[in-house]
Design a protein around this ligand. Structure first.
Ligand code: IMP
Length: 438
C-alpha cells in the first residue's frame, strides 16, 4: 500500500504529526517537493522536534527515508539536521538516501531570494521564507541548477564558483543592500558574495553528504517490488501549489498529489491512497488573499490556542474559519480518499463556529475556487453557523465519546469537503489521535 499525504490548505495543517502516525504502516518514507521552507513538527515521547528536510520517518527505528528528486535540498541545512538528530540519538547514515537527481539550494539562492523579495514593491511582495526556494526551482527549470549527483563529480566546485560569479552580476543589477542579502554562512563585501568562502563551504559539504547520495529510482522500485509500503509526504499545501494555488502568492513546487510522482519517480499506478491533512480552521503565512481571514478576537483566539507561529520563520500565521471551498477544491485536485482532520481541540472554546460553504463574487454565489487572485481577493465568504461544544476534547480517545456538537461539526466538514474521515487529531501529541479508517 503506497500512500501520498498532502496539505489541503495553505500549509501548516499539522502534517508532521499525521505523517509520524502513519509511518508505523510504512517501510519507506519519501519527501517529494519543497525544501527547508517547510517545518514538520513532531512531538513524541515528550520531545519536540522540527524536521525541515529529513522525513520524520527517521524517528522510527527500522524505517528508511528518501529525499526525492522533486525536493530542493540545502546541503548545509541537511548537515545541521543530521547532526541534531545524531545528538538526540538518531543516526541517519544508512537510513537516509538522497536522490542523485535532487536539486540543491545554494547559499547564493538564499541571497537572491532575499534580494528579489526586498526589491518587490509593497503589495507585490510574496512573503517568502527567505530560504532560497524560488531561485533554486528557477535554476532547475532554466537548466542551470546543480543536482546532488553533481556533488560527486570533480567539476562540482568549479561550477559552484561560476554560479557565485553569475549571482554577483544579478545582485549588482538588483542594487541589493548588504542587509538584504545577508545569509548565515556567507560574507557579503561591497554588495556581493565571497566566492572563495562559498566554495570552501561546499567542499566540506560534499565530503559530508556524499555517502547519502544514491539513485533512488531503483531503490524505490525495488522496495515496491519487495512488497514494502511507501509513504510520500508533501510539504506546504494545495493553496501554495505553483499551478493550483493562489498564484503568484505560492511556493515554487507542486505540493499536490501529482507532485508525488514527479518528485519521486514512482508512477501514478503505484499510488493506492491519498490522505489530505486539513485543519478544523484555516491559516496562512505570508501574503495573498485569504477569504475567511479573521481580524477580531475570534482570530486571536485561534492563533493563541492553535500556537499559530511558523515552525521555520516564527512568523505569526493569519487565522480564519474553515473554508469548505478550499477543502473541496483540494479534494478534487488531489483525489483525497481520506481526511486527517487536525486541531479540533482548538475549537473547544467557541460558542458559535462558522464554516464557509461558498463564495459570493460580484453579487453571484459560486462554489468553486476562482483561478485568479484578483477574483479571490474580491470574494465574500458565505457562512453557515454551528453551535460550539464548549468543553475540552483533547482527552478523548474514541470517536463515540466526542460531544455531539463536536461530532456534528466534524461530520459537516467532511460532508462539505468530499472524501471520508480517516484520522481525527485533537491535541499535539502522537497519543491524541483517533484512527478511524487509516
Ligand atoms: P517560499 O516557499 O519560501 O518561496 O515562500 C512562498 C510562500 O509560501 C510564502 O507565502 C510562504 O509563507 C509560503 N510557505 C512556504 N513554506 C511554507 C510552509 O511550510 N508553511 C506555510 N507556508 C509556507
Amino acid at each position: 500500500m503506497n500512500t501520498v499525504l498532502i496539505g489541503s490548505q495553505w500549509g501548516d495543517e499539522g502534517k508532521g504529526k499525521i505523517i509520524d502516525v502513519l509511518t508505523d504502516r510504512a517501510d519507506v518514507v519519501v519527501r517529494y517537493q519543497g525544501g527547508s521552507n517547510a517545518g514538520h513538527t513532531v512531538i513524541a515521547e515528550g520531545k519536540k522536534r522540527v524536521l525541515r528536510l529529513v522525513p520524520s520517518g527517521i524517528l522510527h527505528e527500522g524505517k528508511t527515508c528518501v529525499i526525492g528528486n522533486g525536493v530542493v535540498m540545502n546541503p548545509l541545512d541537511l548537515i545541521e539536521e543530521i547532526e541534531t538528530l545524531r545528538s538526540t540519538g538518531v543516526e541517519a547514515k544508512g537510513r537516509l538516501f538522497i536522490s542523485t537527481r535532487t536539486q540543491m539550494v545554494m547559499l547564493y539562492h538564499r541571497a537572491i531570494d532575499k534580494a528579489e523579495e526586498a526589491a518587490r514593491p509593497e503589495g507585490k511582495k510574496i512573503g517568502t521564507t527567505g530560504r532560497g526556494i524560488g531561485p533554486a526551482y528557477a535554476a532547475k527549470v532554466s537548466r542551470s541548477g546543480l543536482r546532488c549527483g553533481d556533488m560527486l563529480l570533480p567539476s562540482f566546485l568549479d561550477k559552484v564558483r561560476e554560479q557565485v560569479e553569475e549571482t554577483n552580476v544579478r545582485l549588482r543589477e538588483l542594487g541589493a543592500r548588504e542587509e538584504d542579502i545577508a545569509v548565515p554562512g556567507c560574507s557579503v563585501k561591497g554588495g556581493v558574495l565571497d566566492a572563495d568562502e562559498i566554495v570552501a563551504v561546499y567542499a566540506k559539504a560534499k565530503e559530508r553528504l556524499s555517502p547519502y547520495i544514491i539513485d533512488t529510482i531503483p531503490y524505490l522500485h525495488d522496495a515496491k517490488a519487495a512488497g514494502k509500503s511507501i509513504l510520500l509526504e508533501g510539504a506546504q499545501g494545495t493553496m501554495l501549489d505553483i499551478d493550483f494555488g493562489t498564484y503568484p502568492f505560492v511556493t515554487s513546487s507542486n505540493p499536490t498529489s501529482g507532485g508525488a510522482c514527479i518528485g519521486s519517480g514512482l508512477s501514478p499506478r503505484d499510488i493506492d491512497c491519498v490522505v489530505g491533512v486539513v485543519k478544523a480552521y484555516t491559516t496562512r503565512v505570508g501574503e495573498g488573499p485569504f477569504p475567511t481571514e479573521l481580524f477580531d478576537d475570534d482570530g486571536k483566539t485561534l492563533a493563541e490556542r492553535g500556537h499559530e507561529f511558523g515552525a521555520v520563520t516564527g512568523r505569526p500565521r493569519r487565522c480564519g474559519w474553515y473554508d469548505a471551498v478550499v477543502a473541496r477544491y483540494a479534494q478534487r485536485v488531489n483525489g483525497v480518499d481520506y481526511w486527517a482532520l487536525t486541531k479540533l481541540d482548538v475549537m473547544d472554546v467557541f460558542e458559535k463556529i462558522r464554516i464557509c460553504t461558498a463564495y459570493e463574487l460580484d453579487g453571484k454565489v459560486i462554489d468553486y475556487m476562482p483561478s485568479s487572485v484578483d477574483e479571490l481577493a474580491r470574494v465574500k465568504p458565505v457562512y453557515e453557523e454551528m453551535d460550539g461544544w464548549m468543553c475540552e476534547t483533547s482527552n478523548i480517545t474514541r470517536l463515540e465519546d466526542l460531544p455531539p456538537k463536536a461530532r456534528a461539526y466534524v461530520d459537516r466538514l467532511v460532508e462539505l469537503s468530499g472524501g471520508k474521515l480517516g484520522i481525527l487529531s485533537i491535541g499535539p501529541a502522537r497519543e491524541s489521535t483517533l484512527r478511524i479508517a487509516l
